[in-house]
Design a protein around this ligand. Structure first.
Ligand SMILES: [Zn+2]
Length: 184
């Protein structure tokens, strides 16, 4: 078993029964990681609270591929309390963490993307701007993108499903769930 200690942002948490959960993280050292947290009720409820989405934590993990949470504490930049004040902010940041969770591959550490994520939270970036810089780090720079169909520059949408850009006119035929707005 290898042990890892890294700072991470909690992207999502899924309860498995009463005491266990699966946490999705974007970590500085390992990139996106899915880890099991066991015995949350037995150990301490504090750990369970730290593993809620939008928390920045310092986390200890063990495993080889299949990771398990050993323990976690809020990191210095944890700003959960501040985010929680506004429902609007909370919804926005949850949209961003869902996007990262859906789009980023596991176990591909990326210092640039880590710094981008920290920057987005620290500066309370708007959704479109957040999408733009995340896409840039993932190799889909909207700055140089054109609509997949008509080659129009500055396309308004990105399709998460097939990773293509689309202009407003050509976005209407796509499923709404797959599309994200990158330009207003
Ligand atoms: Zn078009």
């Amino acid at each position: 078993m290898t042990e890892y200690f890294t700072e991470a942002l909690v992207l999502a948490k899924k309860e498995n029964g009463e005491a266990d959960a699966t946490v999705h993280l974007y970590s500085e050292k390992l990139g996106r990681v899915i880890a099991k947290a066991k015995g949350l009720k037995r150990i301490k409820s504090k750990l369970s609270a730290y593993l809620e989405p939008l928390n920045f934590i310092n986390i200890r993990l063990v495993g080889n591929g299949r990771m398990q949470v050993v323990d976690a504490l809020p990191s210095e930049r944890n700003n959960f309390q501040e985010i929680k004040i506004s429902a609007e902010k909370l919804a926005k940041f949850l949209t961003i963490t869902n996007f990262i969770n859906e789009t980023v591959f596991e176990f591909q550490p990326d210092q640039q993307l880590w710094h981008t994520i920290v920057y987005i939270f620290k500066n309370n970036l708007g959704l479109e701007d957040a999408y733009k810089i995340i896409l840039r780090d993932l190799g889909f720079d909207p700055q140089f993108a054109v609509c997949e169909i008509c080659q129009k520059e500055n396309p308004e949408f990105f399709n998460k499903e097939n990773q293509t850009f689309l202009c407003k006119a050509h976005s209407s035929k796509e499923g709404k769930k797959e599309l994200i707005l990158i330009k207003v």
